[in-house]
Design a protein around this ligand. Structure first.
Ligand code: HEM
Length: 503
């Protein structure tokens, strides 16, 4: 016979088990199908299985539940993913008070702890990226071309007739960080080693914090979050380096007034102006600068490396691209107008992003109330939701021969005047969600498209490229993220052809 304490203990256990059973029975989340074990505790095993097999499981789920939704497990939550263009369109149309992008980003990245709270509540970089940065791309491009030429010369030291072997992903990340920061803050910082180390490493700093918080139950996150060292240290180093530059710019802009003819045209100037307009502090500007780098750097360098792997593994694509680039540069110089004329290159980038992309899921949102989808699925309040992207980009209902890399697929479609805009690289649609879709689609995509096309144009005109074994290096899937093979090399040789137009 059990003693009274043991009896009470077992009775309590039984009551909790019954309550939990009814909670699961009544919570609509658990009516949404899952492809991995979903029972309590065992769902952790499911999270590990998903992390290792995300590509396969997303494909399987997409095929099985197209037009509907299924659940995928992360360590600390379930994410509901909708499948197919119609469902992606439905998700992007939902108002922010039902499905919120900001709340989803906050929860998925734990931005409060992994970035900083101030800039999350006052994201001054978003209107600046959407507004002046995008409006002034034409003015920024000549300096960016200049930086690409200088940086490529240092990072890809191919001389004479020699092939040089370069670690592709890390080199492209350096190149992108330098080029973007030429437009963000100017020559001195964009070539400063410590500055580059911080902005490039920040994504890993955030990821480490995010990973740790994934193991921490929600009620403890607020205690553990502030103790995470990585982002805090990066922000401290960044502040020490950049605050004097920001203060100097604030003083100059103040002293010379708005008619200053030589006013630097860069992200820093526009952040200072935005902060002044909304009463933001100097430190908010510093935070916004690092956050801009966080959203811009690895997204762009991954997309660039994906595209370079396609070029290096398929030299037959180069000639038509080279002809187009040469003709555009001859007529318009190294300008945004010339980049606008490079429709084949634009198509190449869009096709590369369709084939590979940076994530298996896009259009991430968080349900702020119970939301009923058109197929009857109920997404409970508090649940993160997204749309399957990779599998949809490889669906033959959306793209003919979807497994074939057809570099000029979209430029051929753009031959019709009426289709010019629809199929350009930056344009999102229900079937093309690499940049997200709808109101929160990436505001930096116009800047990124010009930057990445500029880098590719430089390489295509000035170098021959190949992979070491003639094949395209396999992508790596890290959970849902698609990373171009970080260990692969590209071989470069300078073109000796007379008449090559260097940037
Ligand atoms: C090829 C490179 C890039 C890719 C593939 C990319 C992709 C994305 C995606 C998928 C989203 C989420 C959209 C959604 O879920 O609906 C996003 C958001 C965002 N991106 Fe990009 N991005 C790129 C480059 C950039 C650059 C260069 C910048 C800045 C100059 C930038 C700034 C942002 C910002 C600020 C957001 C958040 C938007 C918001 O809060 O409403 N991105 N990006």
């Amino acid at each position: 016979m059990l003693d009274p304490t043991s009896q009470a203990f077992y009775a309590l256990g039984l009551v909790l088990a019954v309550l939990y059973y009814f909670h699961r029975r009544t919570n609509p989340l658990y009516s949404i199908p899952s492809l991995v074990p979903s029972a309590p505790l065992i769902s952790y095993v499911g999270a590990v299985i998903y992390a290792k097999n995300a590509r396969k499981l997303l494909q399987e789920g997409y095929e099985k539940y197209k037009g509907s939704a299924f659940r995928i497990p992360m360590l600390d939550r379930w994410v509901v993913v909708v499948c197919g263009a119609t469902m992606a369109e439905e998700l992007r149309k939902m108002p922010d008070d039902q499905m919120s992008f900001i709340e989803a980003a906050e929860e998925l990245v734990q931005t409060k702890y992994t970035i900083t709270e101030d800039v999350i509540h006052h994201p001054i970089h978003i209107p600046v990226i959407r507004g002046p940065l995008t409006r002034n791309i034409a003015a920024l491009i000549p300096d960016m071309f200049d930086e690409i030429a200088v940086a490529a010369n240092e990072l890809v030291p191919a001389r004479g007739d020699e092939w040089v072997t370069i670690s592709a992903y890390s080199t492209m990340t350096q190149l992108v960080a330098r080029t973007s920061n030429r437009a963000f803050i100017g020559t001195t910082m964009c070539r400063n080693k410590e500055y580059l180390d911080i902005v490039i490493g920040f994504t890993t700093d955030v990821a480490k914090g995010r990973l740790v918080l994934g193991f921490v139950p929600p009620f403890l996150k607020r205690f553990v979050g502030p103790l995470l060292p990585w982002s805090r240290n990066a922000m401290r180093r960044f502040r020490a380096l950049v605050t004097p530059v920001v203060v100097q710019r604030q003083r100059e802009l103040e002293r010379r007034g708005k008619d200053w003819a030589e006013k630097p045209q860069d992200l820093l100037t526009w952040l200072v102006e935005e902060a002044k307009a909304v009463g933001g502090s100097t430190d908010l500007i510093v935070q916004a600068l690092l956050t801009s780098n966080f959203v811009a750097t690895h997204t762009s360098s991954s997309s660039l490396t994906h595209a370079l792997y396609h070029i290096a593994a398929n030299p037959e694509f180069v000639e038509p691209l080279r002809q187009e680039i040469e003709s555009a540069i001859k007529s318009d110089g190294w300008t945004k107008a010339a980049l606008g004329k490079m429709m084949k290159l634009d198509s190449f980038m869009r096709e590369s992003q369709r084939m590979n992309g940076i994530s298996g899921i896009s259009v991430i949102r968080k349900a702020l109330q119970n939301v009923k989808l058109s197929d009857g699925t109920i997404v409970p309040a508090g649940t993160i939701c997204g749309a399957v992207s990779f599998a949809m980009h490889h669906d033959e209902d959306n793209y003919a021969d979807p497994e074939v890399f057809n570099p000029f697929r979209f430029s051929d479609m753009r031959a019709e005047e009426s289709e010019r805009v629809k199929y350009q690289y930056v344009n999102t649609s229900p079937e093309y969600i690499s940049f997200g879709h709808g109101k929160h689609a990436c505001p930096g995509r116009f800047f990124a498209a010009n930057e990445l096309k500029a880098v590719l144009a430089h390489f295509i005109l000035n170098y021959e490229m190949k992979t070491e074994d003639g094949r395209r290096p396999e992508d790596r899937w890290l959970g849902t993220a698609i990373v171009p093979n970080p260990d692969a090399n590209i071989m470069f040789k300078r073109r000796q052809t007379a008449g090559v137009i260097a940037a």
